[in-house]
Design a protein around this ligand. Structure first.
Ligand code: SF4
Length: 387
């Protein structure tokens, strides 16, 4: 039997102005300013998703909203409508540069909100700064960091009363203030480029730091911590998880009746000021729902590279995943939905043909091969037996 084809690596992320073709049409990624959709914007995006696309919306691991199934001949008109909603950058390069993720529990005027606002404006204006497509900033200045498990290259975090600027991959950083954080963050981005962090336009901070360490002045120690988001009440409103990070556009429109929407990197939305939310298609409101333990990429037919479908199997296997264990189902070895290791991974190697990997990524050496979806449904213990 021939080996599964090597997945294609693009090295850049789709935006609204630079969409990517997928199996179900264009993917148009909306980078909402400060990761927030006002009620009007949320209703507008929901309507446009139905008008120009297939009515499905994804939330990405960088808290962007992806409109799926957009018709190529409708893209220009869609962009103008999104521009009218205040959701489009001046040009594609500014859109790519303004890659700022902020901890979703911010309050207006606090350090996270103020620094993310200023950093977004500074990046939009920094026309001479050409960073790799996936290079991003995390502004995470709440009482304790919540974004350390989320990919970012430059981080602003808090230790007690102090703010620390940190290069991803380093345990030490530079003490900054609310006033100095943005200039220092841009200086660190320029240092990354000067040090050769992006040969041929690609590269990540973590790789550079592993090679040569942070700048000498970055000596303040920052403790690392892990954060798991759970559906339910949070200080700024209510958090609702999305099944596999996707929802129908009608759900977004209905959620907007309850408040403005903050996008999070945890396949979840925060509805500002909402004390509770009604059950709506695609939402997970119960923190014990087994689907929260399963990660599944788009798979077939939505992704051109997918070798098999993923989400129906994920739904069926979810109740059988042991508590506290993550199952990742990937339509190919690229592992988009979970780039890191998971306790259990099923990687499609052909149509309805999966390999099982334990404690690894979708591309790692499998423990078992040639498992069909029906065999797994009939005997979910195949996932864990022998472990
Ligand atoms: S991992 Fe999934 S979404 Fe990513 S390229 Fe492969 S099939 Fe497509």
């Amino acid at each position: 039997m021939s080996a599964a084809p090597e997945p294609k690596v693009y090295g850049w992320c789709p935006g609204a102005l630079r969409p990517m073709m997928s199996g179900d049409g264009l993917v148009v990624r909306v980078r909402a300013p400060l990761g927030k959709l006002s009620v009007t914007q949320a209703r507008g995006v929901a309507r446009l998703s139905q008008e120009f696309g297939n009515g499905l919306l994804d939330i990405s691991a960088r808290a962007n909203l992806q409109m799926r199934g957009i018709r190529e001949d409708g893209h220009a008109e869609l962009i103008e409508a999104l521009r009218d909603l205040g959701l489009i950058d001046p040009d594609a390069r500014a859109e790519a540069r303004r890659n700022v993720l902020l901890a979703p529990f911010w309050a207006t005027g606090d350090d996270t909100h103020a620094i993310a606002t200023d950093l977004s404006a500074a990046l939009t204006a920094a026309a001479d700064l050409t960073l790799p497509g996936k290079f991003g900033f995390a502004v995470d200045c709440g009482a304790a960091p919540v974004l350390q498990d989320t990919a970012a290259d430059i981080r602003v975090e808090r230790i007690g009363e102090a703010l620390i600027l940190r290069a991803d991959g380093s345990e030490t950083g530079l003490p900054v203030t609310r006033e100095s954080a943005v200039a220092e963050a841009l200086a660190l981005a320029r240092w990354f480029l000067k040090q050769g962090g992006a040969p041929e336009g690609r590269g990540r901070m973590r790789r550079l730091i592993a090679r040569r360490g942070p700048p000498a002045a970055y000596a303040a120690t920052m403790a690392t911590t892990s954060f798991t988001a759970k559906p339910g009440a949070v200080p700024a409103g209510t958090l609702a998880a999305l099944e596999f990070g996707q929802m129908p556009a009608a759900t977004l429109a209905d959620l907007a009746d309850h408040g403005a929407i903050r996008l999070t990197p945890w396949r979840a939305l925060l509805v500002e000021g909402a004390a509770s939310l009604p059950p709506l298609p695609g939402l997970i409101l119960d923190a014990t729902d087994p689907r929260l333990q399963v990660i599944a990429c788009t798979g077939a037919p939505g992704c051109l590279q997918a070798l098999s479908s993923t989400r129906d199997l994920a739904r069926d296997l979810a109740p059988h995943v042991p508590a506290g264990t993550k199952l990742h189902i990937s339509g190919c070895a690229k592992g988009c939905a979970c780039p890191g290791a998971a306790a259990l991974t099923l990687t499609a190697t052909a149509q309805d043909d999966f390999s099982l990997i334990r404690h690894g990524t979708a591309a790692d050496q499998p423990l078992k091969t040639h498992l069909s979806a029906d065999a797994l449904r009939a005997a979910p213990e195949l996932l864990t037996e022998g472990s």
